[in-house]
Design a protein around this ligand. Structure first.
Ligand code: RIB
Ligand code: CA
Length: 311
């Protein structure tokens, strides 16, 4: 039985790969795509999400725009140096025209999908957690319809956008706290600890490029991201963070998780956006299922196999 999914995203290079991965996965029943600010501004992330659905030939899936900014403090950080000024690695012109926009606000679309669902819905959060936090806060009656939240978020170790902060959490720490510190909906967190160990190398990208014209367009989006990875980390490979969260959502158990309460630093100091695991045996608070291990070679091979079916 396919898994009903809502994907909340800020495309975004790895979001683009993640969206296609979901759309090419037979276990996935993508009911809606919702969009937030994040890697680039909402106007671009919204258009990009609709471009990706057009590339995948899925105009049937509703796409709605949501939060244009974080819940409390203004957004400090975008990521054009990683995702290009257009959010698609500078390749947006290579995509088809975007599919039509759904007129609802993202949270309204999420609530409508949940209300109509007869099976538990998985929410995949692969951008700032603002829309998901707003859903939990404004539609508490809908939490029973959410099977789980799978969020690419956080890091128990080094950060990427700040020394100890991962981008999605740093973009809106208050939203991340709201989602990670609640007991109504199980949460699987996919942090940098595992995504930065699951690196797609040049051969992986070349094989995707050679798999057909639409795969070539998809792989072309990665080129600038790959250059940025090389410049920062000195490696010729990329972490497709968001795609890992999607694979876990459609193949539950792909990632090996540890249940840990997670505290989010929401102060304005140097640790803002840090996600801290409380490993004390008597730690209080709802556990988050934190993905810290996987067969990374098998994960990358499975991602590639599915993505190549785009042709
Ligand atoms: O830290 C990685 C996350 O931030 C990914 O979701 C990427 O798309 C960026 O938004
Ligand atoms: Ca993202």
């Amino acid at each position: 039985m396919p898994i009903p999914l809502i994907i909340d995203t800020d495309p975004g290079v790895d979001d683009t790969v993640a969206l296609v991965l979901a759309l090419q996965s037979p276990e996935a029943d993508v009911r809606a795509v919702t969009v937030s600010f994040g890697n680039v501004g909402i106007e671009k992330t919204f258009a990009n999400a609709r471009r990706v659905l057009a590339l995948a030939g899925r105009p049937d899936i509703p796409v709605a725009a949501g939060a244009a900014r974080p819940l409390v403090h203004e957004q400090e950080e975008w990521a054009p140096e990683w995702h290009g000024a257009d959010g698609l690695g500078g390749r947006s012109a290579e995509f088809p025209e975007p599919v039509a926009a759904d007129p609802r606000f993202a949270v309204a679309l999420m609530a409508d999908v949940l209300r109509e669902a007869t099976e538990p819905v998985t929410i995949i959060s692969i951008g700032p957690l603002t829309n998901t936090a707003l859903l939990l806060a404004t539609h508490p009656d809908m939490t029973a319809k959410i099977g789980r939240i799978v969020a690419m978020a956080g890091s128990l170790g080094a950060g990427n956008t700040r020394g100890v902060a991962e981008f999605n959490v740093y973009a809106d720490p208050e939203a991340a706290h709201r989602v990670l510190n609640q007991a109504d909906v199980p949460v699987t967190m996919v942090p940098l600890d595992i995504t930065m160990r699951t690196l797609a190398d040049g051969d992986w990208i070349s094989e995707l490029t050679a798999s057909g014209p639409r795969c070539a367009t998809l792989a072309g989006v990665i080129a600038g991201y790959r250059k940025a990875f090389n410049e920062r980390y000195g490696i010729d490979a990329v972490a497709l963070h968001d795609a890992l969260a999607v694979l876990e959502a459609v193949l539950p158990g792909t990632l090996r998780t540890t249940a840990l309460p997670i505290r989010v630093a929401c102060d304005l100091g140097p640790a803002r956006g840090a996600t801290v695991a409380d490993r004390r045996p008597d730690a209080a608070g709802p556990p988050v299922h934190v993905a810290l291990d996987a067969d990374t070679d098998a994960v990358l091979a499975e991602m590639a196999r599915r993505l190549r079916t785009l042709r």
